[in-house]
Design a protein around this ligand. Sequence first.
Ligand code: COA
Length: 331
Amino acid sequence: MDKKVGVKILSSGSYVPEKVLTNFDLEKMVETSDEWISTRTGIKERRILDKSQTTSDLAYNAAVKAIEKAKISVDDIDLIIVATISPDAPMPSTACYLQKKLKAFNAVAFDISAACSGFIYGTTMAKAFITSGLYKKVLVVGVEALSRVTDWTDRNTCVLFGDGAGAMIFEASETENDIVSTYLGADGTHTKILNIPAGGATLPTTQETVEQRLHFVKMVGKEVFKVAVSKMALAVNKAQELAGLTDNDINLYIPHQANLRIIEAVAKKAGVTKEKVYVNVHKYGNMSAATTIIALDEAYREGRIKKGDLVELVAFGAGLTWGACILKINF
Ligand code: COA
């Protein structure tokens, strides 16, 4: 009889571009203030990729760190999943550009589009592919170059986003079960409150779509806020329920870092110990699919995560999509 296959997490890695854009810089670009941005969102600054860089460069830098830490050869990676809503190009996938840059030519590669929940969706796919026996060493990357799809004349959105990448490597294991549980959700009735309207088949690129700035992120912030709080709180509790765990068992919560007020409201609604909630939104803003994995990697490097700790990631994004996963950090 076949042995049951579980998942071991080998490593994480992250990368943020060097250029810092502060709230004070934004005051010179749009009608806003450090005071407004800080009190409404908790964000003080964000990173912006260099003109010479693209999404797969950010992904590459994060992936290399994870690969080096895992002490594996790129030839061993047999699946690359990239979660992004700001790809190198509409076609082909950023995962294929990344595969080429890494020279990981034994890997199957594709992108997923689940916005800010992308890393949790990707982790869930890694678990499904590994436990089914299809792939053995999986690289999941959450990466965004949101500054390239941000309307820098729209103060409602441009103060919120930043660029960065995070990576994690998973492998098949007969003894470990490091992806303890995952829970995902989606509701396509809310597609209009957070989207990039043009550039797809519905509104192909024309001079008008460009003039109307329809290729940038549009958002109805208040609506998004409400659903974000209720679905993230639900996801936190569901992932614990699926694992037979409670708040007492979780060592660190890593919520999607879109807005400090959302993070605080989710913690309260989900009934989690607020001292266990990791926050780095002040440094980076919302990096969509890259946010939770960058925060996890930073928390690990800061010593906030010890070997054997249970870390719960939770996120919410365009779609709308949401999800949570509990990871055992044993590397
Ligand atoms: N600087 C100054 N004023 C701004 C501003 C800015 N950067 N952006 C918007 N405003 C103004 C608006 O024009 C509006 O003015 P008006 O009332 O005269 O029309 C007012 O501020 C809006 O204030 P309010 O509605 O009270 O803001 P808010 O408390 O809802 O905060 C967000 C706005 C965007 C910070 C908040 O709704 C939010 O975080 N939503 C979720 C966003 C998110 O996380 N999205 C990604 C999910 S993955």
